[in-house]
Design a protein around this ligand. Structure first.
Ligand code: CAA
Length: 388
């Protein structure tokens, strides 16, 4: 067993760390405070190859493996989770399913522009009445001649108001229930694709979370992703990979909290000495470091399984469950070590604390991860066998 990063993975980690230090950190605090979408940083992520890390080079991507993506996500998230969620949706929820399920023409048309960041993607699954129960979506897609006519509403769509391309899940055959759901590549300048309300959120203040209304939105037949009726399984297979991205995001936030808390504990003096000398603080730091390390091992293992073409649904859910829950415990302790100062916007732990909270919610709540894990344990089946 080899726990070392490869030369390429090390290089990607260094590239990400340099970007965070030189370009991200000087801007993140202000952009987060003012809830400003970081267009310039997103453009730079495209330039350094982080908007399509795993897209094969023949389609204009970096052609790196999934562990490289996780390494990059961890570093960017340590800098600023508002930016890393934009990157995560682009890589995991948009590029990956097009690369896996797209036709040759769809890959040729979209992957290169997604990889450079010239095109931004979003994943439109959730609806007001269909969150954890994603199979109960109501958006309809009716075939009319050479097009599908899409009607319905989506919510909580990360990148929704800035995206050029949306993967929209809609029902093509209501009689078949979950097997009647299909996935569509929808260019967002299509008439009838309307961006609605933007959420005012606790954390991830600078990433946009939008409602989308589909009002007789006409999508050409060739923009069906996979076959008719494959949509729900494409959505779930995509989320398996997405959960590795969010586990890496939680890991990055946790590592950021640990580093901030450690530095503060060594510098802050009370009772005539650095608070790092007190066992109460040491035990918190030790638990934070241990849980961060466990989250890292689980997340890297899930990514490795996926890149080796092995089954990874359960391990991705476990990594996401553990990393997200641990990240919240770690953010709590980091703020506690900072005392009252940690509750102010002057210290990064205040932002980490707010950003950590989403990781147990999106791309499947912790309860849904437990459901996925338990079903795998009990049924011991591999459901994704028939998918390419
Ligand atoms: N890969 C491929 N196929 C899968 C699969 C997987 N991981 N898991 C299940 N399937 C297949 C099943 O085999 C089944 O197919 P058959 O009928 O042919 O056997 C089909 O999909 C339906 O499976 P289930 O009956 O198990 O589905 P379910 O209705 O019980 O739901 C669930 C399963 C796990 C609860 C699922 O609904 C789920 O993951 N819910 C959470 C949704 C979620 O994560 N939403 C986040 C949206 S994105 C976001 O957060 C916003 C953002 O922009 C970041």
């Amino acid at each position: 067993m080899d726990f070392d990063l490869t030369e390429e993975q090390r290089l990607i980690k260094e590239t990400a760390a340099t970007f965070v230090t030189k370009e991200l950190k000087p801007r993140a605090h202000r952009l987060d405070r003012d809830a400003v979408y970081p267009s310039e940083l997103v453009r730079r992520l495209g330039e350094i190859g982080f908007m399509g890390i795993c897209i094969p080079q023949e389609f204009g991507g970096s052609g790196a493996d999934l562990v490289s993506y996780v390494v990059a996500m961890e570093e960017i998230s340590k800098g600023w989770a508002s930016l890393s969620v934009i990157m995560s949706v682009q890589n995991s929820l948009v590029c990956a399913p097009i690369a896996r399920f797209g036709s040759a023409a769809q890959k040729k048309k979209y992957l290169a522009s997604l990889a450079t960041g010239e095109m931004l993607g979003c994943y439109a699954l959730t609806e007001p009445g269909a969150g954890s129960d994603a199979g109960s979506i109501q958006t309809q897609a009716k075939r009319v001649g050479s097009e599908y006519l899409l009607n319905g509403s989506k919510i909580f769509t990360t990148n929704g108001s800035h995206a050029n391309l949306a993967i929209v899940y809609a029902v093509t055959n209501p009689a078949r229930e979950k097997k009647g759901i299909s996935a569509f590549l929808v260019e967002t300048n299509t008439p009838g694709f309307v961006v609605g309300k933007l959420e005012d959120k606790l954390g991830l203040r600078a990433s946009d979370t939008a409602s989308i209304h589909l009002d007789n939105c006409r999508v050409p037949l060739e923009n069906l992703l996979g076959g008719e009726g494959d949509g729900f399984r494409i959505a779930l297979a995509t989320l398996d990979g997405g959960r590795i991205g969010i586990a890496a995001q939680a890991l990055g936030i946790a590592q950021g909290c640990l580093e901030e808390a450690l530095a503060y504990a060594k510098e802050r003096e009370q009772f005539g000495q650095a608070i790092a000398n007190f066992q109460a603080i040491q035990w918190m730091l030790a638990d934070m470091a241990t849980e961060t390390d466990a989250a890292r091992l689980m997340t890297y293992r899930a990514a490795w399984l996926a890149q080796e073409g092995k089954n990874f649904t359960k391990e991705a859910a476990m990594a996401k469950l553990f990393a997200a829950e641990a990240c919240n415990r770690i953010a709590y302790k980091a703020l506690q070590i900072h005392g009252g100062y940690g509750y102010t916007k002057e210290f990064a732990v205040e932002r980490f604390f707010r950003d950590a909270r989403i990781t147990t919610l999106y791309e499947g709540t912790s309860e849904i991860q437990r459901l996925v894990i338990a079903r795998k344990l009990i049924r011991a089946e591999e459901v994704a066998d028939e998918l390419p």
